[in-house]
Design a binder for this molecule. Structure first.
Ligand code: UDP
Length: 447
């Protein structure tokens, strides 16, 4: 693995900052640990809203900033509104923190900001303070092209395009695979897309948590659009913990009691929410499948406050064959030999984690980049099965059987295990991600 090679005395100080979403925090924290292990002094900045549990260590400090944003306020906003609000609310405390770090007597001056691409306010701030900035994009590079397409080609309201028609110049994606963002403010969505793509993107480099071996067609299109280099350093896979919710450790002891490759792990990430009726279909589909399952029902998964989570009679029917938890140690779960399939919303981290574990995926994308990722999984890498938009218990039962019992699932598992090896090679010496990480480090050192 690339991350533990040299250790040097600290000469450079990097500040890393991500928005308060689990799917953005995890890869940023992994990148922070990797750069720390390569000799950089690191400050990780996070917001008090949705704060992750992070452990400082020598040379790696953690700094919270305070926004005064309550869960209730955030819940009222759609995702675009929330991101705009975060950019506004973070500006003053983040600026104060950086100025404080720069003026600290005897402290190491900050040489680079590495900030999430969606925290676009940091670009102006970096320029004003004379600090360089690299942007970190935690979604797939292919979905970046999908976002560009919805901005530039008038595909914005792709809810009206659930069509199987191929998108011109974006093969093999169909209109129904385009990113979908449910917002009252499409103009702001377009502005926000411009902050991480195209001509107005001004960061001195763009880092992607992906690999050329997974997404070279998209990366080849994105590279000429950027002023600086594009570093595809993923999948980042450092053993670090950065959960917002506590992980339930019973998952592993329960998995230890299950036969090899028998369990379907079911999780829809940290943001997706659904109707109680959908949760019912999922519950009975899993119950009726007759296969063991581990299902994450996180607080907030059901979009009606205080709704009853599970149907009555469900727990009694499944007994010890099913385990429902609020939050799982997902990477450890996927790496466990008892897990045979992952029913996922296809968030980019979940997608990469399934690849690193060699586990095939039942794809049920919900919003944003997830539809693009699902198409990559099912059609490009062929390590998963596509599910219909409307969840229905009969289909759940069928897809679980396809992946866990039938020959088709076995074939996908073989492909997934080959893809895992390809990705491992890209992370090893001489591989594209290994080399990209070295180039990134050279650029960070040279400043
Ligand atoms: N995750 C976890 N435990 C869970 C569910 C999710 O640790 O029970 C982690 C998962 O490993 C991934 C992240 O949360 O790193 C979710 O990111 P992803 O991009 O897959 O989806 P998002 O939450 O952004 O929709």
């Amino acid at each position: 693995m690339a991350e533990n090679r040299v250790s040097t005395p600290y000469t450079k100080h990097l500040v890393l900052f991500s928005p308060p979403f689990q799917g953005h925090i995890n890869p940023m924290v992994q990148l922070a640990h990797i750069l720390h292990s390569r000799g950089f002094f690191i400050t990780i900045v996070h917001t008090d809203y949705n704060a992750p549990h992070l452990e400082p260590r020598p040379g790696l400090t953690i700094e919270p900033i305070y926004l005064g944003l309550s869960n209730e306020e955030a819940r009222e906003m759609d995702i675009v509104e929330l991101i705009l609000t975060l950019n506004k609310k973070c500006e003053l405390p983040f600026r104060a923190l950086i100025e404080d770090l720069q003026s600290k007597k005897g402290g190491l001056r900050v040489s680079y900001l590495i900030t999430d691409a969606v925290m676009y306010f940091t670009q102006d701030l970096a320029e004003e303070l004379g600090i360089k900035r690299m942007a970190f994009r935690t979604s797939s590079s292919t979905s970046t092209l999908g976002f560009q397409a919805i901005r530039d080609k008038g595909y914005l309201d792709n809810r009206g395009h659930p069509s199987d028609e191929p998108i011109p110049d974006f093969s093999p994606f169909r209109f129904k695979d385009l990113p979908f963002v449910n917002t009252k403010d499409p103009d702001s969505l377009c502005l926000f897309i411009s902050s991480f793509t195209g001509k107005s993107f001004r960061a001195s480099a763009l880092i992607f948590n992906t690999s050329d071996c997974l997404e070279s067609p998209a990366l080849e299109k994105i590279r000429p659009q950027c002023r600086g280099p594009v570093f595809a350093v993923g999948p980042l896979n450092f053993p670090s913990s950065s959960s917002i919710l506590p992980e339930d450790d019973k998952c592993i002891s329960w998995l230890n009691t299950q036969p090899p490759r028998s369990v379907v792990y079911t999780s829809f990430g940290s943001l997706a929410s659904m109707e109680s009726s959908q949760v019912m279909e999922i519950a009975w589909g899993l119950a009726n499948s007759g296969r063991p399952f581990l299902w994450v029902v996180r607080p907030g998964l059901i979009n009606v406050l205080n709704a009853a989570c599970l149907p009555s009679g469900f727990t009694e029917q499944v007994g010890l064959r099913g385990l429902v938890v609020e939050w799982a140690p997902q990477k450890k779960v996927l790496a466990h030999g008892a897990v045979g399939a992952f029913w996922s919303h296809c968030g980019w981290n979940s997608t990469l984690e399934s690849i690193c574990a060699g586990v095939p995926v039942a794809c049920w994308p919900q919003f944003s980049d997830q539809r693009v990722n699902a198409r990559l999984i099912c059609h490009v890498w062929r390590v998963g099965a596509e599910m219909g938009r409307e969840v229905e218990r009969g289909e759940v039962e069928m897809v679980v059987r396809r992946l866990l019992v039938e020959r088709e699932g076995e074939e996908m598992r073989e492909k997934a295990s080959e893809l895992k090896k390809v990705v491992q090679r890209s992370l090893g010496k001489g591989g594209s991600s290994y080399e990209a990480l070295d180039s990134l480090i050279l650029q960070l050192m040279s400043c």
